[in-house]
Unconditional design. Structure first.
Length: 425
């Protein structure tokens, strides 16, 4: 009898461990890489050109759910992006306790100018049946299927077995392609066959990143976002490993007082740099400096220009042949110190045949502190600075998921064929 009880105890313990392991592997929020199923609709939609921009995410309930551990959520990020674009924030649907569909893969395709979007997810089989039934019983079209009005657009939600989709519908809306209607170029098939945290196709020509294909990958705790080769070539796959930005010329410029240095190079007379200075190391002198090879006329970040124009401690002048505009005399001196290494770094890339259009290095937590201080400063200016303050608040929301990393580095080549973003713990 005693042996039977011990056996039952062991079986019960084993069953609990298996259930816990199953939950952690399939449902617990954590970063999880995968390769797209190119024979299934979500991945195939990534290859169509019906929408200029598309993003593919594997196991979205885990990868997007992991944002909660960073103090944010997909809804918060969507609201922040809407705030920067000065449009109404969308209300993202939830799948019961999950912030995203419990699915093998999710695709979001969008046409911002046309006001169109498409969501498609391959939901886990068991949960697909349950979600559809629960949605119908609760009268929730997001789960049960149906048609709703969303921001003056008609959205159709459908189930096709385990495929859940939501899309804007109109007279000129193209039908969903069949699984094998979209050909996959061989070089893309090879490239997309590598595990990724996300894949994206950018084609709206409006962002600071070049148009093309991008992949977010994990190397230990590091995160790398890189532009993929646009065509087949003998070294296409090798290019994916790229050059790490360990010897990036901006990285040594970061210190306890320098939170961020961003550089834009569009020619010798069109070089600009922005530096943010951390308040703790500056004894309360939180601020920034704009460095320009030509007379500085405007600042690259919304909100900062107003702080200088209306503040009573703005400083401007010339240092090493560059124009400087800063929030204080100390910030001016710090900005002047950065001019020679920034100029030499850009010239070094140019001589090596690797000219840069955009370069950035920063400490996310320190940058967030600077933006908070600047936001408080704008708040004291009243209604005249309200819109600028809202933009800085939105920037803080977008930056918050990066504060778990010690440094962020970005490099975009001048021909816009190569781009790389690194998040380093």
């Amino acid at each position: 009898m005693k042996k039977i009880k011990i056996r039952r105890l062991w079986l019960s313990s084993a069953a609990l461990l298996l259930a816990a392991g199953h939950w952690f592997y399939w449902y617990h929020p954590h970063p999880r890489s995968a390769t797209p199923n190119l024979d299934d609709l979500p991945a195939r939609l990534l290859l169509t050109e019906d929408f200029p921009t598309a993003v593919w995410v594997p196991f979205p309930h885990q990868n997007l759910g992991a944002l909660s551990r960073l103090g944010t959520s997909p809804q918060d990020l969507a609201a922040a992006l809407a705030g920067l674009a000065e449009v109404e924030a969308p209300s993202l649907p939830r799948f019961g306790p999950f912030s995203a569909p419990p699915a093998r893969e999710l695709l979001l395709a969008a046409d911002p100018e046309g006001g169109r979007f498409l969501l498609a997810a391959r939901v886990y089989p068991g949960l697909a049946v349950f979600a559809r039934l629960a949605g119908r019983m609760a009268g929730n079209p997001w789960l049960g299927g149906g048609t709703i009005e969303l921001r003056k657009s008609r959205v159709e939600i459908r189930w096709d077995a385990t495929l859940w989709s939501a899309r804007t519908v109109g007279e000129s809306e193209p039908p969903l392609p069949a699984r094998r209607d979209v050909p996959v170029p061989q070089h893309l098939r090879q490239i997309l066959g590598r595990p990724s945290l996300s894949l994206a196709r950018i084609g709206d020509q409006r962002g600071f990143l070049p148009d093309g294909w991008y992949r977010l990958s994990a190397q230990g705790r590091q995160r790398h976002l890189e532009r993929l080769p646009s065509e087949a070539s003998p070294g296409a796959l090798q290019e994916l490993s790229g050059k790490n930005l360990d010897d990036f010329f901006l990285q040594p410029l970061l210190s306890e007082s320098v939170a961020l240095v961003a550089v834009r190079d569009r020619g010798l007379d069109e070089r600009q740099a922005l530096a943010l200075f951390d308040s703790e190391a500056n004894a309360g002198n939180t601020g920034f400096a704009l460095l320009s090879a030509s007379p500085a006329r405007q600042l690259p970040l919304a909100g900062l220009g107003l702080a200088v124009l209306l503040g009573d401690q703005g400083y401007s002048g010339i240092a090493s042949g560059w124009s400087l505009l800063a929030t204080s005399e100390l910030n001016f001196r710090q900005g002047a110190f950065l001019v020679p290494p920034v100029r030499e770094g850009l010239e070094g890339h140019l001589k090596r045949g690797e000219p840069l259009e955009l370069a950035l290095a920063g400490r996310p937590q320190a940058v967030l502190q600077v933006l908070r201080a600047l936001t408080d400063r704008l708040g004291k200016l009243g209604a005249v600075a309200h819109s600028e303050r809202v933009r800085l608040l939105a920037l803080q929301d977008l930056l918050r998921p990066l504060t778990g990393y010690a440094e962020v580095r970005l490099a975009v080549a001048s021909d816009r064929q190569k781009a790389r973003l690194e998040l380093n713990p």
